[in-house]
Design a protein around this ligand. Structure first.
Ligand code: SF4
Ligand code: ZN
Length: 707
């Protein structure tokens, strides 16, 4: 048998299974029965991306299977093998979607099955920043559970997103290894067809971020090959079905590494007999570089641990700024006042506290550098959240004097002490802010009286001063804006224009962040944009901004406004925190955030609204944006500002209420504006919403028509 024969026979097997599964389903439910995956706007994403056709019911699924059959040509040629691989993947998607009939939840913990669009959108930023340097798909059972878990752990420690299919899931369970999306180890399912849920993520990345048009199969494969850093590790024994799936992966540009002595295809199907070398071989095959910061601590440090949750019962000690005096602070000192790499703990260390108790903590990172500016202090400080969360067994929430930190018993028992917290801050600040920080020392206080005194005398005045500075930071008050093209790794023509009153749509890049990024790396993703030649004040259009956008989008974008959702709106990449869209009946806009799973009065869910824009294309009427932007005085200024907001999910409304109400009061003299805004508890359809808005006398109802 040739490799071709194996692929073809695996493909035939899966095709046969799919055909009978669809026939059985039609016999049971009828051809009109709806089929869909949950939380996606892309129908059956793989089939839709390859063919451009959406499948909505069993009858259409059967027709689609006929289309798949046409891919199954049988010449002994590479392209035939690849297309058979793709056909196998599509069959797997059909088998999987049948499991979701009638809104069933076919997967049980720990398995996830299908992953919704919001999960993919959330991955955008960490993928472009390299926090997630790659995506591993591990298939089958390792020779031993220990070897399997060691492999998973090795990827996790590098920040690589790991997806698991088949026996490896049982091996993780057997050894009690923690899995879950929050630690970036995602068991998909135990049957081989569930591998399609990993493929589906890669393919939707192309649709969401890459502006790849459904049906453009060649463009799709080019995108996944060049921009999605995924690879497959398939454990022996490989059967024909796995080999056929592997051909599909290779067609998308994902190399397959296996420990089975089988056929080899240079750079694509690689035999590595030694499972302990899978990691190195895979990274080399996909050309993935891992950034390493050497930090001298007794536990792992990786971005995969950022979402780790430490429950009360698992914690050794807690610092809680909502109960006692705590804070974190970066402050600039003179060169002579800072001794590089000094870490001092003043007060009891972790072993001086009883298990499970709450205490005060304050840590002050004192930096000095010729190019350091006070504007960079909050930029550096805001990164502490991410740095400390990357420590295995440490959880950090909040910022400034509202921080909360938990250290797990396991991490404590591994020898972690407060000086290690200092080591983490020191190492990260020195490596990530090398261009501005020449020297850095960390002072850690746990003495209650010291914490109280320093909070009031040192920290609070600094925070107050920063707030004053932020209040005076307006679009009019600065001379330059910044571009951000970080997302071009996925969204090749997208450019964010970041201004003091409009942060990047991912929510992670404020004007100060962009300024610091520019200072740190002048040739990097954030460039200065002047704003001297105004074209139209009302919509915020400038000749120099247009020129910059044209240049940074490689000509894809001609002109962009800063303040309008209708006229030349800013583009979206796909990783936006919120999406805003026009609701015609109420003459306003609805906003949905990524976390919101329900319906909006526009008649679309977040994934559906989000799919209306993206890929760096201008789509009037829809705008991706950061949460913080909702209370900006520049929010849709051209269309009348925040007064246009008629609906938001309740949770989002609560998050932005204080600032949004202040803005509405200042601009229009409206008190408690958020009380006039609908949410899902009030209305999920336009008519009910309108009745609510009329009752509240919402200002949007009497404004000029939006369209
Ligand atoms: Fe991406 Fe814009 Fe955020 Fe930059 S500011 S990371 S381009 S979304
Ligand atoms: Zn993005």
């Amino acid at each position: 048998m040739t490799l071709f024969d194996v692929v073809f026979s695996g493909n035939d097997t899966v095709y046969g299974l799919t055909e009978s599964a669809i026939n059985d389903a039609i016999a049971k439910y009828g051809a009109d029965k709806a089929v869909a995956f949950p939380d996606t706007a892309y129908s059956l994403p793989c089939y839709y991306a390859v063919t451009g056709t959406k499948v909505g019911n069993l009858g259409e699924l059967k027709e689609a299977l006929g289309v798949v059959k046409t891919l199954m040509t049988r010449e002994q040629k590479l392209n035939d093998a690849f297309m058979s691989g793709v056909a196998t993947a599509l069959c797997a998607e059909f088998i999987e979607v049948l499991k979701y009939i009638d809104g069933a939840a076919p997967y049980e913990a720990p398995c996830y099955g299908h992953l919704g669009d919001p999960v993919i959108r959330e991955l955008g930023v960490p993928l472009v920043t390299g926090d997630i340097p790659g995506v591993a798909v591990i298939l089958g059972a390792a020779p031993t559970a220990e070897e399997g878990v060691a492999l998973v752990k090795s990827y996790q420690a590098q920040g690589i997103l790991v997806t698991l299919v088949g026996g490896i899931i049982d091996q993780c369970e057997e050894l009690g290894y923690k899995t879950g999306a929050n630690v970036r180890v995602i068991p998909l399912g135990k049957e081989v067809t569930s591998v399609i849920h990993a493929v589906s993520v890669a393919i939707r990345a192309a649709l969401i971020f890459g502006n790849i048009k459904p049906g453009d199969a060649a463009g799709l494969m080019d995108y996944t090959m060049k921009r999605v850093p995924a690879f497959v590790n398939a454990f022996a024994p490989l059967d024909a079905v796995i080999v056929a799936c592997g051909a599909g992966a290779i067609a998308l540009g994902f190399p397959v590494i296996t420990n089975e002595e089988t056929f080899k295809v240079p750079k694509s199907l690689i035999v590595q007999k030694d499972v302990s070398k899978f990691n190195a071989t895979s990274l080399e095959a996909r050309d993935i570089k891992i950034k390493i910061t050497n930090i001298d601590i007794p536990v792992a440090f990786a971005s995969a641990f950022e979402g780790e949750i430490i429950r009360r019962g698992d914690m050794q000690v807690e610092f809680d700024g909502s109960r006692v005096d705590c804070f974190e602070l970066v402050t600039t000192k003179d060169m002579a006042e800072v001794e590089d790499h000094k870490i001092e703990v003043i007060g009891p260390d972790l072993d001086g506290f009883e298990v499970g108790t709450k205490h005060s903590i304050a840590y002050v990172v004192e930096v000095a550098g010729k190019r350091m500016q006070s504007d960079f202090e909050p930029v550096i400080e805001r990164k502490f959240h991410s740095y400390l969360n990357c420590v295995e067994g440490m959880m950090h929430t909040g910022q400034r004097d509202m921080i909360r930190i938990r250290v797990s018993k396991e991490t404590f028992n591994a020898g972690f002490r407060l000086k290690h917290l200092g080591e983490v801050l020191y190492a990260k600040v020195k490596s990530e802010f090398a261009a501005v920080v020449d020297k850095c020392q960390v002072m850690i206080y746990t003495d209650d009286a010291m914490c109280t005194k320093l909070r009031h005398e040192l920290a609070t005045p600094v925070f107050d001063k920063r707030d004053e500075r932020l209040d005076t930071l307006t679009d009019e008050g600065v001379d330059v804006y910044y571009s951000c093209i970080m997302c071009q790794a996925f969204s090749p023509s997208h450019v964010c224009v970041v201004t003091p009153e409009r942060l990047g749509l991912c929510g992670a890049v404020s004007w100060l962040d962009a300024k610091a990024t520019n200072e740190l790396d002048p040739q990097g993703p954030c460039q200065v944009i002047t704003k001297e030649r105004v074209i139209d004040e009302r919509i915020g259009e400038y000749e120099d901004v247009n020129e910059a956008v044209k240049k940074f989008s490689q000509g894809a974008l001609e002109d962009v406004s800063l303040y309008s959702i209708i006229e030349k709106p800013m583009t979206s990449c796909g990783c936006f925190e919120c999406i805003c869209g026009i609701e015609p009946l109420s003459n306003g806009v609805c906003i949905a955030n990524r976390e919101y799973a329900g319906m909006t009065p526009i008649g679309m869910t977040f994934p559906e609204l989000a799919s209306m824009t993206g890929g760096g294309v201008q789509t009037p009427g829809f705008m991706g944006h950061g949460k913080h932007f909702i209370s900006s005085k520049k929010f849709m200024k051209a269309e009348g500002g925040v007064k246009r907001i008629v609906w938001m999910p309740k949770e989002l409304k609560e998050q932005v209420a204080e600032r949004l109400n202040a803005t509405a009061k200042e601009l229009y003299g409206i008190d408690n504006f958020t009380d006039m805004i609908g949410d899902e508890t009030v209305a999920e359809d336009p008519e009910t919403l309108l009745a609510f808005l009329e009752e509240k006398g919402h200002p949007a109802l009497s404004m000029e028509p939006m369209m």
